[in-house]
Design a protein around this ligand. Structure first.
Ligand SMILES: Nc1ncnc2c1ncn2[C@@H]1O[C@H](COP(=O)(O)OP(=O)(O)OP(=O)(O)O)[C@@H](O)[C@H]1O
Length: 816
């Protein structure tokens, strides 16, 4: 066995000697004996309680001992023996129940027994996690367990610094922990990255990894991996579909769920409550809560990164008397790491977070998890609340629910067997910070801007929620919410306006439905009752519809004309005086009468009354056609001068010559003049020639402009490349790849800061920036597979071509 060089640096001889001594020591271990003991494990028995009951290698046993892991948790006791025997596993256990060890121990042990170690062995196990923080945490557990004699080279790939930095070391790895985006990037770009002999694939927080946001990446990763492997899936909530399992090629997976035993999805030591809190009172309530719990460690969840920032900034200004921290997917990786380690280390502090911190993170001793904004579903609730009461410790979760969210959310939680009870906020203890927040926003435009963004992102997040039984945008008092964020009024949001319009439309349709159904009810009622009601035709109903089409609008005006001339003027919006209707119709498109039209002049004059035909004919001044009045509607029409405008001639467009004489826009030329200029064919040829010259001249100018643009583009690209090369050189000079040698223990960590590339969580939130290696379609994915099979080439990094010029520039770049 070869001791892998796990760093980019030359290792000191002392370490090398130490490594080879360890190697020899392990060579002595009787792997066959271990193999036989594993084969004899009784997985049905479930009677293994301690790690020492299992046939584990010496290095792992030492690792567990030194970390003081002796007794297994339920999920560990059930999953580890099965995984040791090579079964595929679908593991579901509550948050904080020790799922990480359930796969880390089998990974180390199975590779150990297979002697899958050393540079030439290639990658033996791949562990995928949805967030960088969680990947780091898993890697730490791996290091902890592997530091007593395991010879594997392990790496962490979570995005960040230049990919080249990771590429070299990656080829030597035996175990890799990473986020989907970065792993896929390496699979498609790192030529020597060999996964053909992969033995184990682990998906932690599998439900999230298999969710839409990561689906494409995970599917693409799976394509690279050999089918004949062991797959372990772990999650706190499990509702996987058969299709997911087929995608992952699981073979007769063992379902290991430890939820069912006590019938709840959350730990027993967790006390869960909710309070009813309208949107506009959330900040007051949260502030009061923090004030009353200064000697606690609190984790608060919000719907968006902007809200997190706003609450963090505004609360910080008000000096709450407890250290405040904030974390969200938009921060740089280094900042996020700094925040997580600060929060982990602190005794009393309050962390404001988005769902980036909801899963898997193992913060020690969190007292309270406050879900200020309602989670998108029960699973998210469970993950969030699971940041407290971990591994048999106590903890409390408080969920803030707006009145409209209560019923729907409680239903969802009940389905997931979450025991939660309502509590009240002590009104005496509640402080209002509204005026302070408003004052701060007034004084600080940056904070006000942040408040606006927070408002918009919150409204957007609710608008985008799938579960409309819980999230009913219309039920929130958004004006009051905006005020509570220190804003003078709710910012206008396009989708809100659109949904208002839609709702108005639906409401009017519903009104018709109601009238329809009431009609039906009447049909079923007494005859007398029916008689009392006037007969209404479908046209009547159609005209009652508002905002459906122009006709309905016209009809409304007509009706008002009939009823009251003055109200008609209000409704039309010609008078400045607003009406209640104006408010209702805020989003409706109103037809306005052209200002210049003088409707007072329109005076219909009756010309003929044909009593036998039942109609009369009316002449309109300025109209070429007389108006036939043959129905009640037409009759009513006569009373509306505005309506009558529609029957007037529209007039002609004229052009005026230098002397002020009017002409038609297109006037026929005098025939004599035309003939004087030559034969028609000659004239046509002359015209074409002149036009051709003009086009040719324009073409020369266009080409010159395009060429200049192209040149400029190439120059900029080269400039960028030059700068990138220079900065790469600089990095190397300063120490190059940041490969931490956790060295004496033979586990390597190559990680990087978050400045660049794949922010998996940000992409989760729908903001994924497209990479050049990403594929849009299956066809393109097939291409990427081909690349993998045959010739994995790393091409020059280029921008996604957008225009023809871009493509030309790209082609020019490739040919250079
Ligand atoms: N057998 C054990 N003995 C003692 N402590 C343990 C044991 N197993 C795990 N723990 C501790 O329990 C805590 C939670 O473990 P872990 O993070 O693996 O939980 P999890 O089930 O993955 O949670 P989540 O679903 O939130 O990701 C950790 O601090 C870990 O050190």
């Amino acid at each position: 066995m070869v001791a892998p060089s796990v760093t980019g640096r030359t290792r000191p001889t002392k370490v090398k000697k130490h490594a080879s001594a360890q190697k020899r020591k392990r060579d002595d271990v009787d792997v066959d004996k271990l193999e036989a003991a594993v084969a004899g494990l009784d997985v049905k028995d479930g009677g293994y309680k301690n790690f020492s009951d299992l046939p584990l290698s010496e290095p792992t046993t030492q690792g567990l001992k030194s970390s003081h892991f002796a007794v297994m948790t339920d999920i560990q006791a059930r999953a580890i023996p099965l995984a040791l025997k090579g079964h595929d596993i679908l593991g579901a256990a509550k948050t904080g129940s020790g799922k990480t060890l359930s796969f880390v121990v089998p990974v180390l042990e199975n590779l150990y027994r297979l002697q899958h170690v050393g540079m030439d062995a290639g990658l033996g196990a791949l562990i995928i996690s949805p967030t960088r923080e969680l990947a780091i945490q898993i890697f730490d557990v791996l290091r902890l367990l592997g530091r007593h004699g395991h010879m594997f080279a392990a790496g962490l790939v979570i995005g960040g610094k230049s990919i080249e930095a990771e590429q070299q070391a990656l080829t030597r790895m035996n175990i890799l922990v990473g986020t989907p985006g970065r792993i896929l990037q390496h699979l498609s770009q790192t030529v020597a990255f060999n996964v053909d002999d992969l033995k184990m694939l682990v998906l932690d927080e599998a439900d999230r990894i298999l969710d839409m946001g990561f689906q494409r990446d995970v599917d693409a990763i799976i394509e690279y991996l050999p089918k004949d492997r062991q797959t372990l899936l772990f999650s706190a909530t499990q509702s996987r579909k058969v299709s997911d399992l087929a995608r992952l090629s699981l073979q007769d997976p063992e379902y290991v769920s430890v939820h069912s035993e006590d019938r709840t999805a959350t730990p027993k030591t967790l006390q869960q409550n909710y309070i009813i809190c309208p949107l506009e009172d959330k900040l007051d309530t949260l502030w009061s809560f923090i004030q009353a719990s200064k000697k606690s460690k609190i984790l608060c969840f919000f719907a968006s990164a902007k809200l997190v920032r706003f609450v963090y900034e505004s609360f910080r200004h008000m000096q709450p008397g407890i250290p405040l921290l904030h974390i969200h997917g938009r921060q740089k990786q280094a900042t996020r790491l700094d925040v997580t380690s600060k929060f982990s280390a602190s005794k009393h502090s309050c962390l404001f977070a988005t769902d980036v911190a909801a899963r898997g993170l193992d913060f020690p001793a969190v007292d309270f998890v406050i879900q200020v904004d309602c989670p998108e579903d029960a699973d998210t609730y469970i993950h969030r609340v699971g940041r407290t009461a971990r591994y048999n410790r106590e903890g409390r979760g408080v969920l803030f629910l707006a009145p409209s969210e209560e019923e729907g959310m409680l239903k969802r939680l009940e389905t997931k067997k979450v025991p939660i009870e309502i509590i009240n906020v002590r009104q005496k203890k509640r402080q209002s910070i509204k005026s302070q927040v408003m004052h701060m926003c007034f004084k600080d435009p940056a904070l006000k801007y942040l408040a606006q963004k927070a408002f918009v992102t919150y409204a957007k997040s609710v608008h985008l929620q799938k579960d409309k039984e819980v999230f009913k945008l219309k039920e929130y008092d958004l004006e009051a919410f905006a005020t509570s964020l220190g804003l003078p009024g709710a910012p206008r949001i396009k989708f809100l306006r659109d949904s208002n319009a839609k709702q108005a439309k639906q409401a009017s349709t519903a009104a018709i439905d109601v009238s329809d159904s009431s009609d039906e009810a009447e049909d079923e009622g007494s005859a007398a009752n029916q008689k009392a009601k006037p007969v209404r035709t479908k046209y009547d109903r159609m005209f009652e519809r508002q905002n459906q089409d122009v006709l309905a609008d016209h009809y409304q005006r007509l009706v008002r004309d009939d009823a009251n001339e003055s109200s008609q003027s209000k409704f039309s919006g010609l008078d400045g005086e607003p009406s209640a209707r104006d408010d209702d119709d805020f989003l409706a498109v109103k037809r306005r009468i052209p200002a210049e039209a003088d409707i007072s002049d329109i005076e219909p004059q009756e010309t003929k009354h044909d009593s036998s035909a039942g109609h009369r004919v009316v002449n309109l001044p300025g109209a070429s056609q007389p108006l036939v009045i043959d129905s009640n509607r037409r009759e009513k029409l006569l009373k509306s001068k505005k309506k009558l405008l529609n029957f007037m001639d529209k007039g002609k467009k004229l052009v005026y010559d230098d002397e002020g004489n009017p002409h038609e826009v297109y006037e026929l030329e005098d025939e004599e003049d035309f003939k004087a200029r030559g034969l028609p064919e000659e004239q046509r040829q002359r015209f074409l020639q002149a036009a051709q010259e003009v086009v040719q001249k324009a073409d020369v100018v266009d080409k010159a402009t395009a060429k200049a643009k192209r040149k400029e583009k190439i120059r900029k690209r080269k400039e960028r490349e030059r700068m990138a090369t220079e900065s790469g050189k600089l990095e190397k000079d300063e120490g190059g790849v940041e490969l931490e040698d956790h060295g004496e223990d033979l586990l390597a960590n190559f990680q990087a800061d978050a400045a660049s590339s794949d922010d998996d969580e940000a992409r989760q939130e729908g903001k994924r920036s497209k990479k050049w290696f990403d594929s849009d379609s299956e066809g393109e994915e097939r291409d990427s597979k081909k690349r993998k099979k045959g010739k994995r080439k790393t091409g020059p990094t280029v921008e996604q071509p957008q225009t023809l010029e871009d493509m030309e520039a790209l082609a020019a770049g490739l040919l250079d």
